[in-house]
Every structure is written in C-alpha cells, then in structure tokens.
Design a protein around this ligand. Structure first.
Ligand SMILES: [Ca+2]
Ligand SMILES: [Ca+2]
Ligand SMILES: [Ca+2]
Ligand SMILES: [Ca+2]
Length: 466
C-alpha cells in the first residue's frame, strides 16, 4: 500500500510537470531555421545543402534547429547541437518524413521535439544530458533506432496519443527514466534496446497495448513500473521470447510453449511478473544481441509507375556474410517497417549472379503505391528500407532507392509533355527482346509498346506532378 501510494504520488507529480512543459520556448535569436522553401536562415549558419533535401551540419552549433520543411534528411555528420539547459535542440513540430542522423543533441530542455509529427526517423545519434531526450506528443509512426540515449532526466517520453512508434536497438542508459509512455500512447514497439543503469527503466502510465520484447533490462533501480490496470505485451511468443531481465537469474531446464518439456531452450522456465496485467511469459536467458546483418537489396520495377494498378513489387535480398537467405522469416519482412511481404510468393535464386543465393519477395503493388502516396510523393527518388528477421531472431536490414513517377511521365521529370511522347515514339513497335525496347515507355506494362501506351501519355498530356 505504502509503495503504491508513493508511486501514485510520483506519477501525479511527474505527469503535472510533463503536461506543463508541453510548449517549449525557443528564442528566435538563437535558432537556425530550415525553411519550408528549402532555404537555411540565417544564411551563414553552418548547415549545407546542395539539393534542399539533404542538410549537413558543417560545424558544432549552440543554436536550436527549427525544422519547417518535410521530406528531408538532416545529417549531423558527427557534429553537436548543444544547448544551455533550456529550449529545444531540434524542433520537428508538425513535420513529416524527416530523417535525423549522425548528430549529438545535448543540454536542452527537449533534445528532439515531435508534436503532431509522423514518419520521423532518428538514427545513429547521441541524445544526452537533456531534460527530455526525445519528446513525442500526438506523434505517431515514427522510428528511433541505433541511438545512444544517456544521462537525460527522461530518455524518451511518448505522451498524448503517440501511437505506432518504433523504438529499436537503442542504448538507453544513465537516465532518471529510460522510457516513459503516458496518456493513451499505444501500439508502440520497443524492441532490441539495451535499457541499462537508469533509475527507472520504463514507466507506463495510462498506456496499454504496447509491444516490448527482445530488450535487455539491466541494473535499473526499478526495471519497469506500470501504473493502474493497463496491459502491455512483453514477449513475442514462443520460441521468439520476451526480454532479458538482468536482475532475474532464471532457471532453464525445461522447454516448450508451456515450459513443461525436458531440456533447456534459452527461455526462462518461469514467467517474469511485472504485475498481474503485465507478464513476460518467455523471458530470454541470454542478453539480446542487437547486431543486424547487412543485406544487399534490389527492387523491381526500379522505376515505379504509380498509375499502373495491378501486379507486384519484387524485392531481392542477398547477404554479404555467410548467413543464408533461406533462413529469412518472410512473413516478418517489411518495407519501411510498414508494408508486409506476401509469404507464399518467395523464391530463391541468384539475382546478381555472384554465386550466392538471393531471396525474391513480393509486395502488393497497390499497397506499395498507397504507402508512397500517403507520404505525398509522386515523382523522384524514394529509399526503401527492407528489414526483418532470420528464424533465430537475428535481424537484417538493407536499403535500396528507386524512382517513382505518375502515368504518362515516362522520363520522370514531373511533367507530361512532348518529351514523353518522343520516348514512346522511339520505342514504338518494340517488345522486350527488340533493339528499340525501353521498359519505361511501356506505360501499361503489357510487354509491348504500341498505341495503348501513346494513348496513356496523350490522355495525361499537360499534367504536372510535385
Ligand atoms: Ca526453459
Ligand atoms: Ca547473389
Ligand atoms: Ca515527363
Ligand atoms: Ca504497352
């Protein structure tokens, strides 16, 4: 009773202080702006961009970065954004499709601030000595991976309906609280992290249906606290397993989904109870290893016509290491953490002819197109991250860029005009083995270039795409 009262009081106090800190103040005189039009203000700020898509820090800075542009990459190039115990390091309010990588953000009130933000990726960065390392409010479908999050008051805060975020393979150490989920933040995945030496490893308030598995909880004063009767999912079933609980030395002489068969299996014989609603049924005995295998990835078609309705997008995966692609669990393989493969259509061949097998996996083209369109993209390059697991839970990841275009825009320059007609005209009458064959001219993808293709270009004539 005494303890639960203390926890409730603590929760109340912290919740009050969190809610009061909702709106960070950044002084405009100490901020660098990445403007919606692509420009950087002030002009002499040490942030360089050649294409207004990738922004590179060329020096350490002591200003906040206020991001007003979507669909960009901010690469710190190893540099530091340093505050003075107040303000916001990177303000990503209402941003979409922003990648932040290779940056150190320290000594701010909010290191990275997400409010009504989606599809933000934060990776390969150091987030340290902030009050709130990464703050998510009303922000969903973001990815935070491979970061060192250390010595903050709170490493992560997900609050106010921040759902479907993925926190994966981070080292979260030396914070007062490693991760805090609060006020109806649900269906977040916390996977493959090492959560070590924090006062509280993870704190869940008014939040349920989050997936927490394959993390290492080591030497936190309180590994996990859950307030009230909220249920979260603490394992990935059998034999995939749950989390490694460093302070819990498990007995492992039995195996099987009910742990009633003879023989050890790397899964504790007894579940790990956080409370009655929060049980890791299959704690893993050894620490989870977060190292992902690097995959080579190719995608076909490599110019994807968003106007074509039917068919598949084929993804080919090969490994540089000695791992076998035959060990890939196809049903868990994803594009950009969102799109699932069609497991029945996987085939092994040697796609690039290097003597090592590659796995071909198919993704429903309509779903791929919907995904791309949901990001507001119609023309240009898109990077697909292909990731998944081998059957032994070893993760793999690889990347591939393809071009996308709309119907009629054969040369992918964002406008349907005479140039597109000419490309089709040059290839007119051809088929795949023909010397004049050009697959981008085959608008309807029926294996021949004829009047139907001319018709599609003509009927889209004059269209422009952003
Ligand atoms: Ca066992
Ligand atoms: Ca190969
Ligand atoms: Ca064109
Ligand atoms: Ca055709």
């Amino acid at each position: 009773m005494k303890n639960s009262f203390k926890v409730s009081l603590l929760v109340f106090l912290v919740a009050t202080s969190l809610l009061m800190s909702q709106t960070p103040v950044a002084k405009s005189s100490t901020a660098i702006y990445l403007r919606a039009d692509g420009s950087v203000y002030p002009q002499d700020a040490p942030i360089f961009s050649e294409d207004n898509v990738t922004y590179i820090l060329t020096a350490n800075i002591t200003e906040s970065i206020i991001v007003e542009r979507d669909n960009i990459v901010i690469d710190g190039f190893g540099h530091t954004v340093r505050g003075f115990a107040g303000g916001v390091g990177l303000n990503l309010t209402e941003r979409h499709n922003v990648i932040v990588q290779n940056i150190t953000v320290k000594l701010f009130q909010h290191g990275l601030y997400l409010l009504r933000s989606a599809n933000i990726t934060v990776s390969d960065s150091v987030i340290s000595n902030n009050t709130y390392g990464i703050w998510f409010s009303l922000s969903s479908s973001n990815l935070v991976s491979n970061n060192l999050v250390t010595n903050n008051s709170y490493g992560f805060v997900l609050i106010l309906f921040s759902n479907l975020n993925t926190i994966v393979r981070n080292i979260i150490s030396g914070n007062i609280y490693g991760i805090r989920l609060d006020y109806i933040s649900e269906q977040n995945t916390i996977n493959g992290n090492t959560i070590k030496g924090n006062h509280g490893g993870a704190l869940f308030i008014l939040s349920s249906n989050n997936y927490i598995y394959h993390n290492n909880f080591i030497n936190n004063v309180a590994q996990v606290q859950v307030s009230g009767e909220f249920q979260n999912i603490w394992d990935d079933g059998y034999p995939s397993g749950g989390n490694h609980w460093g302070d819990h030395i498990p007995i492992d002489v039995l195996s099987g989904p009910f742990q009633n068969e003879t023989g050890s299996d790397g899964i504790a014989d007894v579940p790990f109870m956080i409370d009655v609603n929060n049980v890791d049924r299959y704690p893993i005995v050894a620490p989870w290893s977060p190292t992902a295998i690097t995959a080579k990835v190719w995608i076909k078609p490599d110019v994807l016509n968003l106007g074509v309705k039917q068919g598949w997008v084929a993804v080919y995966v090969g490994f540089i290491s000695d791992h076998s692609v035959g060990r890939i669990n196809v049903s868990e393989t994803m594009v950009n953490g969102t799109l699932s493969a069609e497991p029945s259509l996987a085939v092994i061949s040697d796609y690039d002819g290097d003597g090592k097998s590659d796995l071909a996996i198919r993704f429903n083209r309509t779903l791929v197109k919907e995904y791309i369109r949901s990001k507001g993209l119609t023309t240009g390059d898109i990077v697909f991250k292909v990731s998944g697991y081998l059957f032994d839970r070893t993760p793999f990841v690889g990347y591939c860029a393809i071009k996308i275009r709309m119907c009629g825009d054969v040369n992918t320059d964002g406008v349907v005009d005479l140039k597109d007609v000419l490309v089709v005209k040059v290839a007119f009458g051809s088929y795949p083995a023909h010397p004049h064959w050009n697959d981008v001219a085959d608008e309807n993808e029926d294996g021949q270039i004829d009047l139907k293709d001319i018709y599609i270009v003509a009927s889209n004539y004059g269209q422009t795409y952003a």
